[in-house]
Design a binder for this molecule. Structure first.
Ligand code: NAD
Length: 430
């Protein structure tokens, strides 16, 4: 069975959710399904060996009716404008759902960071930001880290934009910066912590395998990057047993539990998780169908699809990555009684604390980490409550409709209602 592209999946999901919106103007559907603006740039960069290479970069603004665009910058060899567009749309729904005053955007450069030196990455970043010019800005479109970019990349983004716009406070142009450059305390771990706050709260409300807390639950996590590492740590702190972790080269299994701190140190020393003492090497595919209570795909898109969804044994799948479960897999998991906490809810912690960083930058303030974490927890819990409530009412209104029973449907309906309502309230121009 072929897996539709993430872009197609996004369109299908918006179309599906639009069926449950009351007072929805059908003419808005194309507007909500497509980017408002998509920019492609191609620029040359001098490499360390003196050669010159051209790189393609993208920045897509999906929607800005609720505020300036907000979304990460991803560096990945296969990056395309189509992929960036679907991720930008997810950001629109995520921001609306977590109630931060931003629209959705995304960007990136097609490049393989593993083959590039720090100097080459810095030159790629500077030239990419220079090419984007005033298409990004503190009140137009605000980037952040995503796959294979980090706080260092964001410092280069800030510095480049600042050089192009001297004499004003440019810190709010980008979030996820190093703390000494205006980054927020708590931002580094925000997405992973948010994943755990959402999971913990959901389990408290609805339970998993008869448990109402994370204590003793077995968790398999795909990926071990910016999102997965803090999520693994926070889960272990709550007594969950991390039975498997992975990176792009493979996965490691230890049914008695893997210490996330040890895994971090091993990965740092060896460049991979494979071969970690006390663990067994397995594949990323095997990780997805392990015997566990919670599966957390925290790496990349379309990992759980029609072919492997029937073999998933977890009872709860938490989408820490964007788009890791395809629409076909959603329905298969549901038939097997497996709940999916959707990406626009589960991984919204990153954009939530990015918003806090933006507010602090505008005010030239630095909040205490406890304050950031408390505010993040409150927002994640509120969003989970709203999605669960809406899911209950959708299910009651459409008892024979399997799509209506998905938490994803409820999350999208809430987000789309907020955006479409704002379009109409503001009055369609002219
Ligand atoms: P990252 O680059 O820090 O980590 C990605 C991890 O996935 C790495 O451990 C890598 O080895 C692994 N990986 C890559 N390709 C893989 C594959 N084919 N199979 C298995 N593992 C693979 O990225 P990140 O920031 O942790 O982002 C992970 C996911 O979370 C992405 O989907 C991203 O869009 C999403 N996300 C990130 C944030 C954030 O704040 N960083 C916020 C929301 C959503």
């Amino acid at each position: 069975m072929t897996t539709p592209s993430p872009h197609k999946q996004g369109l299908l999901r918006v179309l599906d959710a639009s069926r449950y919106l009351t007072d929805f103007k059908k003419g808005l559907l194309a507007h909500l399904s497509n980017p408002r603006r998509a920019i492609t740039v191609c620029f040359p960069v001098e490499m360390d060996d003196g050669s010159v290479r051209s790189f393609f970069g993208y920045r897509v603004l999906h929607n800005n009716v609720l505020g300036p665009g907000k979304g990460g910058i991803r560096y990945h060899p296969g990056l395309s404008v189509e992929e960036v567009s679907s991720l930008a749309a997810l950001m629109t729904w995520k921001c609306a759902l977590i109630e931060v005053p931003f629209g959705g955007a995304k960007g990136g450069v097609a490049c393989d960071t593993k083959q590039l030196s720090e100097g080459e990455l810095r030159r790629i970043t500077r030239r990419f930001i220079a090419e984007l010019g005033d298409n990004i800005g503190p009140h137009t479109d605000i980037p952040a880290p995503d796959m294979y970019t980090n706080a260092q990349t964001m410092a280069w983004v800030y510095d480049t934009y600042d050089a192009m716009h001297p004499g004003r406070n440019n810190r709010p142009v980008v979030t996820g910066k190093p703390v000494d450059q205006g980054g927020s305390l708590g931002r580094q771990d925000a997405t992973g912590n948010g994943v755990v706050f959402a999971t913990e709260h959901y389990i408290g409300l609805r339970g998993v395998n008869g448990h109402r807390s994370l204590q003793g639950l077995k968790v398999a996590i795909q990926g071990f990057g910016n999102v997965a590492r803090p999520a693994a740590r926070a889960l272990a702190e709550r007594g969950a047993i991390i039975v498997a972790l992975s990176d792009s080269q493979g996965a490691v299994l230890r049914p008695e539990g893997i210490d996330p701190q040890r895994a971090t140190e091993f990965k740092l020393q060896n460049g991979q998780l494979g071969g970690m003492p006390g663990t067994t090497n397995i594949t990323n595919e095997e990780l997805l169908t392990l015997d566990c209570d919670i599966l957390i795909p925290a790496a990349t898109a379309s990992q759980v699809h029609a072919s492997n969804a029937p073999d998933v044994r977890a009872r709860l799948v938490v989408e820490a990555a964007n788009d890791p479960v395809t629409p076909q897999a959603d329905l298969i998991l549901q038939q097997h009684g497996i709940t999916v906490l959707p990406d626009i809810l589960a991984n919204a912690g990153g954009v939530c604390v990015s918003y806090f960083e933006w507010v602090q930058n505008i005010q030239n303030e630095q909040w205490e980490e406890e304050e950031v974490i408390r505010k993040l927890r409150n927002r994640m819990q509120r969003a989970v409550d709203q999605v669960v409530d809406r899911s209950d009412s959708l299910r009651a209104e459409h008892p024979d409709d399997s799509y209506a029973g998905l938490l994803r449907a409820a999350a999208l309906v809430l987000a789309m209602e907020r955006v479409s309502c704002a379009v109409l309230e503001r009055g369609i121009w002219p």
